[in-house]
Structures are given as structure tokens and as C-alpha cells.
Write a protein that binds this ligand. Structure first.
Ligand code: FAD
Length: 520
């Protein structure tokens, strides 16, 4: 199908695109969602620029070792990117990407981290940094923007979580996939959410011993929604497959329990696992010690929203308390000319990311071609149905594994909550109880929690929850506007300003538009 006249003209004259060209569509993120979107949009004849911070396409699910490392690792040591069916899907996407690149329909920019997006006329300018030091990269211009930026792992602090040998559960998976590195030889996997099962299975396959998988919620919650399960048969099947693999490997699966302490000074030597009540409060005297040399811990994922929030996209609160970009059925955000797909719209897994990426691309093509949203093809209708079913499962998953309020009882006064600025739970409680902080934002200003390198991406959820439990107001969590989306050298900032005449963002203080607040 053809693109707009200007898109076709750009394609037809075959001129090489430079940073000065304006693409029809910029896709940020080459994970499952961004890849599916880019190749589908290019199938429609749109001229696409695909940017990704990583060196190779695939995102978190299809992550693989860098070529130079893969070349020296023994073949058997490189874990598969995905199960065979997933591998076929990925190969198909890669073939289509290669074909569109060769034909000039997609310009792929790996290793380009978009640190901010500004409005330029009726389109967008994406400012990038490149290289290990974050040098200023090209500014890329496009008339439309699709955000497929994925997610972060969510951490809840507890005594000892900063001890060497404690790693994120999703982080352990990433280490395994990108370098076949194990966090330890005897690894307890803990936290909440279905990703823990996948992590434990991968660790076992890679040669680690996993004495226990510790899940803070229970799996029984899924049974409460049989229709959602019936509409997503691959999900319970995957859970059963993982469960069977864990039983075979002798991994003890413990639900309604959490790691509430880590033992060891220079390195993890053991963890305390406590039974939890319905609210995730540790049951007194229920703690038992498990010997291990590493702990892989994480409480699910949370959408990566910096760019979306920065340009004013409204957000919604998911069943687990995370914020996600608010999207309509056609994956449009509330900002005209901006779409989002995959995890930014709520955590839902690789299948949903692929569905949404393709669906968003069809919607963008219809927009380019001036077709009415009502003129949908059979393919679009079936993708829409699939998306509704997958989203229903995603909400169920968020509900089942939503952190209970009682997790705050795991945290002692000297437990570090903000690792970058070394702010303890005691200082957060003092800021509320003694210094009079009335909300989480004032706590942040008084303690510097969330003002360090990661800008609250790791601790933001915990700081807010601890502040509220100490007596601060439980306001709706308006997302902070966090420009830049990654650390940027002053030289890159200066270069961007001068080169492109960045237009100031239109700041709206209304919290439910996701545009409120100022940067610390
Ligand atoms: C660490 C980690 C490990 C995971 N491991 C698994 C697993 O083993 N199995 C599983 O089923 N699920 C896993 N997941 C869940 C996984 O995220 C999703 O199932 C799936 O990959 C979502 O696809 P996506 O395209 O939405 O996002 P992603 O796959 O996360 O892709 C997002 C892409 O956007 C890029 N990006 C983000 N911000 C920018 C920016 N500002 N500029 C440029 N590029 C940017 C990233 O580099 C990334 O390539 C993991 C998640 C995380 C966070």
C-alpha cells in the first residue's frame, strides 16, 4: 500500500537520508513492539527511522550476546533467545527488517539513545546520544512518533538488598542472555510475577542451583478469572511448563513468602524467607534461612515512560499501581501524532508487544493515507480482538501480583531505599513525621531520594509508598517529567540546543494529564 505523497516522493527519488531529512515515522525502541511496528509501517510504504539504545535489535525478550562475545562463547553456552516458535517470529522480523533496510524503507540506528523529543513545527525532533560516554548524536526528524520503549524492573527494598550478590531477577535474565554470566552458583529467585519462573528455569538450564523460588503473591488468583485464562491458553500452558521444569530441577516453589533479610557482609551467604499474610506483612517467627551465594529479586516490571510523559502523553494507573501511557484502541496517545506500543502501555509480555506494534503501524498508515478509522481490514480487526484478550490477561496478572501494603514492614529504619543518594527509610519517615513533609514530592526535596543518577526509576515507587505509610498524603501519583531520559554530557546538551532550536515544552500542571510537576 502506498504512503502519503511526500513519503512516496521521498522514497521515489531515492535520495540518501541524512539527519536533516524528515521521516514519515520515527519508532523509538527495536524490541518486539518497535520491530513489528517498523516493518509493518514499511510494508505500507512509509519511510521509517528506527532508533534503539541497544547495539542490536530484539529488546529484552530477544536479547542476545554482542557479536564479538557470541563468537568466543562455546556454542552450547549461548542460551536461545526464545522458545523455537518465538525464535521463528524473531527471524521473520529480522528478515523483513533487512529487506526494508536494503530497499531504503527503514533507516535503523542502533546504539542511539533518545534523550529527549521536542516538537518541531507539526512533527518531532528526536535528540540522541551515542557511544559509551553518551556523546551527542544526530537529531532525527519525523512527522509521526511511535514510542516502544519497554519497561524497567520494579524493586521493593528490604534489609540487605544492597549486598553484593543481590541482583534484579530480570537483570539476571539479561546477564544470562547477553553474556551467559551467572549471578552465583546457588541462587534464590524471589519477588513477584510470572517472570520469576522464566528466570529460575533459565538459571537452572545455565547450570546454577536454585534452592527456592519465593513468590510474594499466590498463583490461585488466576483461577478467579477463568474466561481470561480461556482467552489466553498459551499463558497457563507456559506456567505449567515452567512449573514442571522447576519440579524436575528440584526447585522448591514457595508462594505467599518473601525474602525479608540478606545475610553476609562482603557477599550474600544466606537469606531469610518469611511467610506473609494477605497484606504481605511478615508473619512473626515464620522466618527460615536458606543458604545461597546470590539472590535474584524483582517485583515485576513497570513501564518506561520518560519520553511519553515529557511530551505530555496522559497516563493511567494499572491494577498493580504502575503508571502506563493512556492509549485508545488504535494505540494513539492523547498527544496528536504520537502512538505507543508494548510495555509503555502496561506490562503484558512479548505476545502483546508484537500485536500492539503491528496494530499501531496499521493505524499510523491509515492516518498517513487519510483513511477513516472505521475502514479496518480483517487483519486489523483480528489484531484488535487479540489485543483486548491479551490486555485482559495483563490486567489480571497486575492484579494478582500487586504489591500488598504490608511490604513496608520488611523495611527497617536503616534500610537504604534510594541507592544513588543513600537515603534510608528512617530519613524518609523523619521527613514526614518530624519535618512535616506532606507529600512524596516534599520528601524528595528534603531527603534527595530519587534525585541521583537513576532519577528515581529504581526507588520512586518505594519512596512514595513509604512516605504515604509515614503519614504523607496519598495523592494520585503524577509522573515526574524527567528530561533527559538518560544521562547526557553538557556538550551534547549544548550541541542540541544550538543545532536545532529546541522549542520549549508546553508545561501543564494538571496531574491527570501526566504533565504536572517540575523537574528537581
Ligand atoms: C531486564 C528485563 C528482562 C526481561 N526478560 C524477559 C524474559 O526473559 N522473558 C520474557 O518473557 N520477558 C522478559 N522481559 C519482559 C519483556 O520486556 C517483554 O516481554 C517484551 O520484551 C516487551 O517488548 P517491548 O518491545 O515492549 O519492550 P522491550 O523488549 O523492552 O524493548 C524496548 C526497547 O526500547 C529501547 N529503548 C528504551 N528507551 C529508549 C530510548 N530512550 N532511546 C532509544 N531506545 C530506547 C530499549 O533499548 C529496548 O531495545 C524482560 C524485561 C526486562 C526489563
Amino acid at each position: 500500500m502506498p504512503g502519503s505523497t511526500s513519503d512516496r516522493a521521498e522514497r521515489a527519488d531515492g535520495r540518501s537520508r541524512t539527519a536533516g531529512d524528515v521521516a514519515c515515522l520515527a519508532v523509538v525502541g527495536a524490541g518486539p513492539a518497535g520491530l513489528a511496528a517498523a516493518v509493518t509501517a514499511a510494508d505500507h510504504g512509509l519511510d521509517v527511522v528506527l532508533l534503539d539504545a541497544a547495539a542490536s535489535p530484539g529488546g529484552q525478550y530477544y536479547r542476545s550476546p554482542p557479536e564479538e562475545l557470541a563468537a568466543v562463547l562455546p556454542r552450547a553456552a549461548v542460551p536461545p533467545r526464545a522458545a523455537p516458535k518465538g525464535q521463528r517470529v524473531f527471524s521473520g522480523l529480522m528478515d523483513r527488517l533487512a529487506a526494508h533496510r536494503a530497499a531504503g524503507g527503514i533507516r535503523y540506528l542502533p546504539g542511539h539513545h533518545v534523550w529527549t523529543v521536542t516538537r518541531t513545527g507539526s512533527g518531532w525532533t528526536l535528540h540522541t546520544v551515542v557511544g559509551a560516554r553518551g556523546e551527542g548524536g544526530p537529531a532525527v526528524r519525523a512527522r509521526r512518533l511511535l514510542l516502544a520503549t519497554g519497561a524497567y524492573e520494579r524493586q521493593l527494598p528490604f534489609p540487605g538488598w544492597t549486598t553484593p550478590g543481590v541482583v534484579g531477577a530480570a537483570g539476571a535474565q539479561a546477564m544470562l542472555k547477553s553474556g551467559h554470566a551467572l549471578p552465583g552458583r546457588r541462587v534464590v529467585v524471589a519477588g513477584s510475577g510470572p517472570l520469576l519462573q522464566a528466570v529460575a528455569v533459565s538459571l537452572v538450564r545455565a547450570g546454577a542451583r536454585v534452592p527456592a523460588l519465593v513468590e510474594a503473591a499466590g498463583y490461585g488468583g488466576y483461577a478467579a478469572a477463568p474466561r481470561v485464562l480461556a482467552a489466553n491458553p498459551s499463558k497457563p500452558a507456559e506456567g505449567l511448563r515452567h512449573g514442571a521444569a522447576l519440579v524436575r530441577a528440584g526447585v522448591r516453589v514457595m508462594s505467599h513468602r518473601a525474602v525479608t533479610a540478606v545475610h553476609g557482609t562482603d557477599r550474600v551467604e544466606a537469606v531469610t524467607v518469611s511467610r506473609l499474610d494477605r497484606d504481605w506483612r511478615p508473619v512473626p517467627d515464620s522466618g527460615r534461612t536458606i543458604t545461597c551465594d546470590a539472590l535474584a529479586v524483582g517485583h515485576g516490571l513497570t513501564p518506561q515512560l520518560e519520553l511519553a510523559v515529557e511530551i505530555g502523553c496522559a497516563t493511567r494507573t494499572c491494577a498493580d499501581g504502575s503508571l502506563a501511557v493512556r492509549l485508545d484502541e488504535r494505540l494513539s496517545t492523547t498527544v496528536p501524532g504520537v502512538w505507543a506500543a508494548g510495555e509503555p502501555g502496561g506490562i503484558g509480555g512479548v505476545g502483546l508487544a508484537l500485536t500492539e506494534g503491528e496494530l499501531a503501524a496499521h493505524a499510523i498508515a491509515a492516518d498517513v493515507q487519510g483513511r477513516s478509522p472505521r475502514e479496518t481490514s480483517g487483519r486489523v480487526r483480528s489484531l484488535g480482538r487479540a489485543r483486548r484478550g491479551q490486555r485482559a490477561f495483563a490486567e489480571l496478572m497486575a492484579e494478582v501480583h500487586r504489591p500488598g501494603h504490608g511490604w513496608r514492614d520488611w523495611v527497617e529504619d536503616d534500610t537504604e531505599v534510594c541507592r544513588c543518594e543513600e537515603v534510608t527509610a528512617g530519613r524518609i519517615r523523619t521527613a514526614v513525621g518530624e519535618l512535616g513533609a506532606a507529600d512524596a514530592r516534599t520528601v524528595k526535596l528534603l531527603t534527595r531520594a530519587g534525585m541521583g543518577w537513576c532519577q528515581g526509576r529504581t526507588c520512586g515507587f518505594a519512596v512514595r509508598a513509604l512516605a504515604v505509610s509515614a503519614g504523607a498524603a496519598a495523592r494520585d501519583p503524577a509522573p515526574d517529567r524527567r528530561m533527559p531520559a538518560c544521562p547526557v554530557l553538557l556538550s551534547a546538551l549544548a550541541g542540541a540546543d544550538g543545532a536545532d532550536g529546541m522549542e520549549p515544552l508546553d508545561v501543564d500542571e494538571s496531574p491527570d494529564t501526566g504533565r504536572g510537576g517540575t523537574r528537581s
